[in-house]
Design a protein around this ligand. Sequence first.
Ligand code: PAF
Length: 280
Amino acid sequence: MQVVTSIKKMQDIVRELKRTQQTVAFVPTMGALHKGHGRLMERGKQNADVCVVSNFVNAKQFNDAEDLKNYPRNPERDKEFSEAHDVDYYFAPADDEMYPPGFLTSVNVGFLSSRLEGEFRPGHFRGVCTVVLKLLHIIQPTHLVMGLKDAQQFVIIQHMLTDLCMDIKMIGVPTMRDRDGLALSSRNALLSDEDRQKALCISRALKRVHFLVKKQGILHSGELLQAIRSAIGTAGVELEYAEIVNKTTLEPIDHVVRGGTFVLIAVRIGGIRLIDNTRI
Ligand code: PAF
């Protein structure tokens, strides 16, 4: 695995990959890598000749300075983890390499960015889209591999690629869960044992929704949301939002449409924000 920190060097490598007609899968990350990232890397390797992973904690997508300061970082372990997953290039630019003085551009994907996560984290998706678009311009991948745990992020990036006519195939990888159901997330490392136990109410609530839809035929969003609220409320966890939305427009829907619906949840536990979702 080659570690690259300069944009110029990465662009030289990309030029050579293009000259030799190699397909490139790109996995953008903010480090603190876990098994979920490992699966993204595997999917990248399965779909392209070369897999590039980036590790860049993008300050522009944090609307809370404390959250940025506390974000888990473990660059040496991340490098070893990527190497063990057969990654070919590990791109880890410094902050001022990505955003040199005078950097002014930002990318905004309309109303999709201001709902849900956008309401609780204003400017978050502007930061995400700005960095992802810049990384895509540097790496010029044929495939972009991203996790579906961040469902809204996935939908927004997909929309951006379509709007900007970018010929990149997006691969969405289903959320990986621990045995007890907790969705893998870099932020899990920040949970105390007690809060981690409490966090299990999220996947339990999503499982309950599946049960109600699939086994009891309940499709009414109001009823399903009530079931989520009581599952989360009784666990003593602060629910930021629970919404049942169209999987493409992210607009709330009155009734679940099988095959076309996301159920999205965001909670706060002991100051840590966790999100999860399920597709129905
Ligand atoms: O999902 C993430 O880890 C980040 O939002 C991403 C896509 C790497 C952009 O910084």
